[in-house]
Design a protein. Structure first.
Lengths: 107, 122
């Protein structure tokens, strides 16, 4: 199965900071990479699909990039409401796997 | 708006079978892939498996010997059975939808239920 490694596992940043989260696949997954935001006590919410396609209603400060094995989620200007855990997820082949998550805290 | 709702017992005894149902409303049930994902408290997400609306399944190999999924298209429902549970199976269980397979991979999990907490304890 394809393993997904996400880093860092947690980070603390100030409002307005640029935040970058990385996700690495154990083999090429082309662009079958999705990002989810999970706020405390809630179900995950799809932010970005196909590595870089922003979902409807998601603020433009979120962006995704990458292909093959290395991917990045960027928040260009961190806002208080971005407090959450972010997960990458690959959907290449027959099984789905998630990264371990990145908990984003506001300083 | 598509909505998914998990239902089932919140407490299951060790060695017994965990059973959950997900009811889909506000959209079509047919021609979609229906998934189960779980999350132990304070931990990450783990995909359990999926079932297509016509009944085909794919399970996470980590669960393969213990998991069974089924569909009832007349009720727009799909179900999860996880046998021989232990405390390690205590988690919030989510159901979620995948829209299509394009020949190489799947579309994302675009609609999720709110989750159901299942505790395994005697």
């Amino acid at each position: 199965d394809i393993q997904m490694t996400q880093s860092p596992s947690s980070l603390s940043a100030s409002v307005g900071d640029r935040v970058t989260i990385t996700c690495r696949a154990s083999q090429s997954i082309r662009n079958y990479l999705n990002w989810y935001q999970q706020k405390p006590g809630k179900a995950p919410n799809l932010l970005i699909s196909s590595a870089s396609s922003l979902e409807s209603g998601v603020p433009s400060r979120f962006s995704g990039s990458g292909s093959g094995t290395d991917f990045t989620l960027t928040i260009s200007s961190l806002q208080p409401e971005d407090l959450a855990t972010y997960y990458c997820q690959q959907s290449y082949g027959m099984s789905l796997t998630f990264g371990g998550g990145t908990k984003v805290e506001i300083k | 708006q598509v909505q998914l709702q998990e239902s089932g017992p919140g407490l299951v005894k060790p060695s017994e079978t965990l059973s959950l149902t997900c009811t889909v409303s506000g959209g079509s049930f047919i021609s979609y892939y229906w998934n189960w994902i779980r999350q132990p408290a304070g931990k990450g997400l783990e995909w359990i498996g999926r079932i297509y609306s016509s009944g085909g399944t794919k399970y996470n190999p980590s669960f393969k010997s213990r998991v069974t999924m089924s569909v009832d298209t007349s009720k727009s429902q799909f179900s999860l059975n996880l046998s021989d549970v232990t405390a390690a199976d205590t988690a919030v269980y989510y159901c979620a939808r995948v829209s299509y397979f394009d020949g190489s991979g799947y579309s994302p999990l675009d609609y999720w239920g709110r989750g159901a907490l299942v505790t395994v304890s005697s």
